[in-house]
Write a new protein. Structure first.
Length: 393
């Protein structure tokens, strides 16, 4: 079971009460709230953060008109048909501009908004409308100038890919009303950048997510031939990376070797794609999973989940597993919350930071170490606790 330091709060203490008092002082009974982030592009972490932030916002302000500024507005609207006051728009739209200038509360809603692996930041350095590395800061500054309370909400800032992002981060965060971060490295980085203001360390919002019913998860698993059987189920979740000196082709081969080892041990392997980006190859874990399946060849003991579910459903799916070996941060968080043994393969500082925070360093390996391992003996301590079928023992 996941245990986090008790001195780190789930949210900024007194945050929502403070917003309520400010709105009352303005005579606002039905606030306009904007939540801005990388939502709707089928990324487990971003969508889990949005779910929690919507729950917290509407729990305090049930009559609020909420606009989600994001990558995939249609996906967001389809996921929340029961919220009549929820609208969503693409970040490059007139509706997004209206949200910037017309909001009472403007949230930059969590996630790793600046880090070295962003698809655009650090790769296309002059691209202003990079939603994660630059445009977020410009939008928040615009909302602040238009009279909104602005909040960088439980953000990750584990590294800064270019000088432009550094400048905008320093400027934008100084002028925000509230800044909270999800890990100590982000806090230290912002301090080193010269952001001299109150910054609150909080837990990642996804830690507050509640799972869907188990029967819904088993129904999804059964649709992809991954339902319960005589073999324990081990979930694998890996991604492509842009890393100098690291071949993604070799990484697929390494994961194929791990899958074969697990199957030979008597386990059933279930590959879960925690990100299924509609257009970015490096953010499409389903493509990675298909490459693994193709190289494995025909087998009854490997299943690929080719369906992207609501984050609460994905959490429940992870909870159905007997063991998980995962790379993406929020897959690690949700599996840990579900009480499943997790071995984390860290491709980025944010994964390492969470493992440290949760006291899970024993079950953590950096990606470059994973690629160099000659065997999979490092996983044996977790495999020893599984009930294997008689033919495998």
């Amino acid at each position: 079971m996941l245990e986090l330091p008790p001195d780190i709060p789930a949210d900024v203490p007194g945050l929502w009460e403070g917003y309520a008092r400010w709105l009352d002082s303005k005579g606002v009974s039905r606030p306009r709230v904007t939540i801005h982030g990388g939502y709707g592009k089928n990324n487990l972490g971003d969508d889990a953060i949005l779910d929690v932030l919507l729950t917290r916002t509407l729990g305090r302000f049930p009559d609020a008109d909420v606009t989600v500024v994001c990558h995939g507005p249609e996906n967001v609207k389809a996921r929340y048909p029961d919220l009549p006051n929820l609208s969503a728009c693409h970040f490059k739209s007139l509706d997004a501009l209206r949200a910037v200038v017309g909001s009472h509360l403007y949230f930059i809603g969590g996630g790793g908004i600046v880090n070295r692996i962003n698809v655009y930041s650090g790769r296309q350095r002059l691209r202003l409308l990079d939603m994660k590395g630059k445009y977020l800061f410009v939008a928040a500054l615009g909302a602040k100038l238009a009279g909104a309370r602005t909040h960088f909400y439980a953000i990750g800032a584990t590294s800064f890919p270019d000088a432009g992002v550094k400048l905008l981060a320093k400027w934008g965060l100084r002028h925000a009303d509230v800044v909270s971060v999800r890990d100590r490295r982000s806090l230290d980085n912002l301090r080193a950048l010269g952001v001299c203001r109150d910054i609150v360390l909080v837990r990642d919002p996804a830690v507050s997510l509640a799972p869907a019913p188990r029967e819904e998860a088993e129904s999804l698993l059964s649709r992809w031939n991954a339902g319960p059987g005589d073999r324990p189920r081990v979930c694998l979740g890996f991604r492509y990376v842009r890393e100098p000196g690291l071949s993604n082709d070799a990484k697929v081969d390494k994961v194929v070797g791990l899958a074969r080892h697990l199957m030979d041990t008597g386990l059933r392997v279930v590959f879960l794609a925690a990100s299924q980006h509609p257009s970015e190859h490096f953010e499409d874990d389903l493509h990675f999973g298909r490459a693994v399946r193709d190289r494995l060849g025909e087998t009854d003991h490997f299943a690929l989940i080719e369906e992207y579910g609501h984050p609460r459903l994905t959490m429940a799916v992870l909870g159905c597993m007997d063991l998980c070996v995962l790379e993406r941060l929020h897959a690690v968080i949700l599996a840990s919350l579900a009480g499943v043994p997790v071995y984390a393969i860290s491709y980025d500082h944010k994964v390492t930071e969470f493992a440290k925070l949760a006291g899970q360093e024993r079950h953590l390996m950096e990606l470059h170490e994973f690629m160099q391992q000659r065997s999979f003996a490092w996983l044996d301590p977790l495999l020893d606790g599984l009930h294997l079928p008689p033919e495998a023992t």
